[in-house]
Write a protein that binds this ligand. Structure first.
Ligand code: VG1
Ligand code: CO
Length: 550
């Protein structure tokens, strides 16, 4: 075994997006592409302090290229003097499990291999992300430093050691580095057992409560099976599509009503179980489904916050809630009722890290089916599902009852996101630029027709100042806020790999319980029309309809 220095040249465009570097598998397969990015991570870590002898956590969602990437990263870690790498068996670790293991084993950080909700397989996407010692995604100052290194690299260092057997639990050495293949589930399952009332959930299943968890052939299957069927005694077959597949069975591992159509059809039909749930490629997203009711992620955050003390891990109450800017303001109403702070951050879990570390927030959420808490520093799909199970067990109420009672108490924030995927990037950027140009003139204007008009209270491009380290993030999404709190938000996705994806977020508040069962798209129709009028989104992108409505 020897450590080699291999000459390389920079690849353009290795800038991490909302959640790491995501590209087509074919791009990652170019000689040196993955190596360059990993070298940039190690150069950044080296500049920050010492990686020598430290521990790193490594794993991915099992998608195509996962195993190859792990072997390369292990050989590079050895070449950079890392002391020990903890790898999930089979190269598998969900994003929340990586976060959990980093924290539990006081590692320096971790590398997550995933393109999350993006499709996988040889023609699909791959991704890589660095997480810091708190278990959370590296903040912007680190991702910026990594990107700077990718622009000037001339070589990378790698051991010429052979491949490691990833399927056997135990320790192996590469150069002076120990590779420990660990069980992917056990640390995480232990953490969950400490947060939730497993006895009460077990009793719920014993009483005949039925559930379907759709693993979508992605990484959360093994976690859900071990915990929900194994530890909580749900009948075998409760967790379906539980085997992680390299191409996710050809599906889009994104738990929303469009991509989890099979689960939605079941929950809408005569054989619906009491509870439905699904998770995404890397296990950090969740969808909660009742009978004929997919719970909006923004509502789910608000409901978890309002009922936090139902779960033992949150029995003492919550310190605060944080939500991404486009996420609905349902959680704000709960925070106000509880007398705790509500923070509004840019999109992406990395912005929650400081708030959680400082103890300012206990619960966090995003409209994109992401919910989590201070237990780790990533959003956490299985955690959210277990919270709901705990809540159902504690209250004896159905998902539908819980949601309807929440709306009756707090009012309903009608909410929807319209995605225009893979549109022409130049057209999308020009549309956003023109929209930004219009913002100063929008405040005070009345938009919309007849009785469906709205007066604009505020129109800006969201800037976030982190209350802990005062770092400033600009251009985080255009928001048009109406005097009644209704909102239109537009931003470009930072996770796509083709052209640009425009996200249009719509929100309207309705206090009157007699109007809590409107069709969401109809309830939002006047705002949808205003969004088109102001942005020209359909005209500019040449699209008649959004690609996906959630
Ligand atoms: C999307 C979501 C965002 C989420 C991010 C990563 O980002 O909108 O809320 O944090 O994906 O989720 P964007 O930039 O495409 O809007 V995951 O589950 O893909 O790691
Ligand atoms: Co994800």
């Amino acid at each position: 075994m020897t450590i080699q220095t291999i000459a390389t040249t920079p690849f353009a465009g290795q800038r991490p997006g909302t959640s790491g570097l995501r590209k087509k598998v074919t791009e990652f397969q170019q000689p040196g592409y993955l190596e360059n990015f990993v070298e940039a991570i190690f150069l950044t870590l080296g500049a920050l302090g010492n990686v020598q002898g430290r521990t790193l956590v490594l794993g991915g969602d099992g998608r195509y290229f996962n195993r190859d990437a792990i072997q390369t990263i292990l050989r590079m870690a050895a070449a950079h003097g890392v002391g020990r790498v903890l790898v999930g068996r089979g190269g598998i670790l969900s994003t929340p499990a990586v976060s959990c293991v980093i924290r539990k084993r006081t590692a320096l950080g971790g590398i997550v291999l995933s393109a999350s909700h993006n499709p996988g397989g040889p023609d699909g996407d791959f991704g890589i992300k660095y997480n810091i010692d708190n278990g959370g995604p590296a903040p912007e100052k680190i991702t910026d430093a990594i990107y700077e290194h990718t622009k000037t690299l001339a070589s990378y260092r790698i051991s010429d050691a052979g491949p490691v057997d990833l399927d056997r639990i135990g320790s192996i050495r590469i150069e002076d580095m120990e590779v420990e293949v660990i069980d992917a589930v056990s640390d995480y399952a232990e953490l969950m057992a400490g947060l939730f009332d497993f006895d009460a959930i077990r009793a719920l299943f014993q009483r005949g409560f039925t559930m379907r968890f759709d693993g979508m052939h992605a990484v959360s299957g093994p976690y859900a099976k071990a915990i929900i069927e194994g530890m909580l005694g749900a009948p075998a077959g409760t967790v379906v599509n539980a085997e992680p597949l390299e191409d996710f069975g050809g599906h889009h591992p994104d738990p929303n009503p469009v991509n989890a159509a099979e689960l939605i059809a079941l929950m809408d039909g005569p054989d619906a179980p009491d509870f439905g749930a699904a998770s995404d490629g890397d296990g950090d997203r969740n969808m909660i489904v009742g009978r004929k009711l997919a719970v909006s992620p923004s509502d789910s955050l608000a409901i978890i916050a309002a009922n936090a003390t139902a779960a033992p891990g949150y029995r003492d109450g919550i310190k605060g809630i944080a939500r991404s800017m486009p996420t609905s303001q349902a959680a704000d109403r709960v925070a106000a009722a509880l007398g705790v702070s509500c923070f509004e951050t840019p999109t992406g879990w990395k912005y929650f890290g400081n708030l959680l570390d400082a103890g300012l927030a206990t619960l966090c959420g995003e409209e994109s089916y992401g919910t989590g808490s201070m237990h780790i520093r990533e959003k956490d799909g299985v955690w959210a599902v277990l919270f709901w199970l705990n809540l159902i067990a504690a209250t004896g109420k159905s998902v539908n009852e819980i949601v309807q009672e929440h709306w009756a108490r707090f009012g309903r924030n009608y909410y929807s996101r319209h995605d225009y995927e893979a549109v022409d990037a130049a057209a999308a950027n020009a549309m956003m630029d023109d929209l930004r140009g219009k913002l100063p003139s929008l405040a005070g204007q009345t938009l919309g027709e007849g009785e469906n008009n709205y007066r604009v209270q505020l129109a800006d491009d969201f800037t976030y100042t982190d209350p802990v380290d005062n770092s400033v993030s600009t251009r985080q999404g255009v928001r048009i806020v109406m005097t009644d709190g209704s909102r239109i938000v537009l931003r470009l996705s930072g996770t796509g790999t083709e052209g640009a994806t425009v996200r249009l977020y719509l929100e309207r508040y309705e206090a009157d319980p007699a109007r809590h069962d409107l069709d969401t798209q109809q309830a939002l129709a006047p705002l949808i029309a205003i969004a088109e009028q102001v942005s020209g989104l359909k005209v500019r992108t040449g699209r008649e309809q959004p690609s996906v409505i959630t």
